[in-house]
Design a protein around this ligand. Structure first.
Ligand SMILES: [Fe+2]
Length: 183
């Protein structure tokens, strides 16, 4: 689909980045299904940074799709979507910076602040998407956003928050285990 779109052999209203986005999500889901089949219920702890890189990019993409698919006359909402896009691009680059630091084990003391910072932005994007979804469903704003796409972006932010909570709980458990060992 992406190849056909990029070569203009098919003409659709879907942005090439959206086609690529969906393809990345499908690949992620295939890997997750494989892990579930192997009995791995929660994402691996050593995957904290990579998992955040994946989802921060997804959140940055969503903000861009929302910004580009809203009617240009919805100026305030378009501006808000642009701000989210910038915010998530910055968080994504921070995560990529952290991902390349070696030895990777030295980044452990930074992980809880890293998760905290991401969580604050995801909560506010999730709330924005929730409002957008309600307004689109009730036909109270002008856009080319299908209600199912609006719902998808909201649910994916919720999923990212669940994953951050899982990682935070694991980090807290590890810290209290270490304290018990030390005392
Ligand atoms: Fe998505």
């Amino acid at each position: 689909m992406l190849g056909l779109t990029l070569r203009c052999e098919i003409r659709t209203n879907n942005f090439p980045l959206l086609v690529d986005h969906i393809s990345r999500e499908a690949a992620y889901f295939a890997i997750r299904l494989k892990e579930l089949n192997e009995g791995k219920l929660s994402p691996a702890q050593d995957a904290i940074i990579k998992e955040n890189v994946f989802f921060l990019r997804i959140m940055a993409d969503h903000s861009k799709f929302i910004g580009h698919l809203l009617d240009p006359s919805e100026r305030k909402l378009v501006e808000q979507a642009r701000e989210f896009s910038h915010d998530f691009d910055q968080l994504l680059f921070q995560a990529i910076d952290l991902d390349s630091m070696r030895p990777q084990s030295e980044t452990k003391p930074l992980l809880s602040q890293f998760l905290d910072q991401n969580k604050v932005s995801v909560v506010s994007l999730r709330d924005f998407k929730k409002t957008a979804r309600e307004l689109i469903e009730a036909c109270r704003i002008k856009s080319n956003i299908h209600p199912l796409l609006a719902d998808h972006t909201f649910r994916e932010a919720e999923r990212f928050l669940e994953i951050i909570d899982l990682f935070e709980a694991n980090l807290n458990r590890k810290q209290s285990d270490n304290k018990t060992l030390e005392s």
